[in-house]
Design a protein around this ligand. Structure first.
Ligand code: 6PG
Length: 253
């Protein structure tokens, strides 16, 4: 399916759009499947989205039917500031009526290998045959300035057979030991939403959305849902290097 690209003035408008997608996808999934399976990302960009879901959008979602997973995690204890779980817990999950048993975090306190194995087994419990993992109703992903997404980093193997992998990668001052879900899981989702902001990502975004396919160098290009929607939400700064032909090709009116 052709990706959709939406360009916003700022992170606030982008986050409101992303929150609307959450509440709409939740309502539809709960109607069709009596549950909403969503995978969150870490990093700075989703923080405003989490705040909006915990406030303005809280009553628009039947949190009892929501199951929260993560697309990746840093291997640090769950109370560590570097933990994506602790970020989402503190800003969102502790403010909504979601059952603890519906919060499926990656155990960052384990070694990357143990945590990846443990999470692969957990994903099997929610598997959507023929997959050994759930078909997420919604996946949020970010993109690093280097083109990584989740914890799929440049130079990592493009051909994978596992749902979850241990990773060691250095990006900014963030924890290097990580666990990531792979594109096998992301590409089986009903909807994948990228959020990327800031001028520092503009050159990379232009490459990722170009016709030049280089998934080893730009892991974000590995994300191509087979039977699902792919939506890029970016701000003007991140879109600053996009050639007209790309914005015309992917932007809806
Ligand atoms: C992580 C993320 C990672 C993130 C990008 C973008 O846990 O670090 O999953 O993939 O989405 O690094 O991060 P920013 O939103 O902070 O730019």
């Amino acid at each position: 399916m052709k990706p959709k690209l939406r360009i916003f003035d700022d992170l606030e408008k982008l986050s409101i759009y992303a929150a609307n997608l959450f509440s709409e996808q939740a309502a539809q999934s709960i109607l069709e499947r009596d549950q909403f399976l969503v995978a969150l990302n870490g990093g700075g960009t989703p923080t405003r989205l989490f705040q909006l879901l915990a406030t303005d959008f809280r009553d628009k979602v039947d949190w009892n039917k929501v199951h929260v997973f993560w697309g990746d995690e840093r291997c640090v204890p769950p109370d560590d500031a570097g933990s994506s779980y602790s970020q989402a817990r503190d800003v969102l999950l502790s403010h909504v009526q979601i059952q603890d048993s519906n919060i499926h975090r990656i155990k960052g306190e384990l070694t990357p290998v143990e945590a990846a194995e443990e999470y692969s087994l957990l994903l099997k419990e929610y598997a959507s045959p023929p997959f050994d993992w759930p078909r997420f109703d919604l996946v949020y992903l970010g993109m690093g300035e280097d083109g990584h997404t989740a914890s799929l980093f440049p130079g990592s193997p493009v051909n994978v057979s596992d749902a979850a992998l241990p990773v060691t990668a250095h990006y900014q001052d963030r924890p290097a030991n990580r666990v990531t879900l792979t594109q096998l899981v992301f590409n089986s989702a009903h909807m994948v939403v990228f959020m990327a902001t800031g001028a520092k990502k503009a050159i990379t975004l232009a490459e990722v959305l170009s016709d030049r396919y280089n998934p080893e160098l730009y892991p974000a290009q590995r994300i191509d849902p087979k039977a699902g929607e792919l939506i890029w939400l970016v701000d003007d700064d991140a879109a600053g290097k996009l050639p007209k032909k790309i914005t015309r090709k992917y932007c809806e009116g």
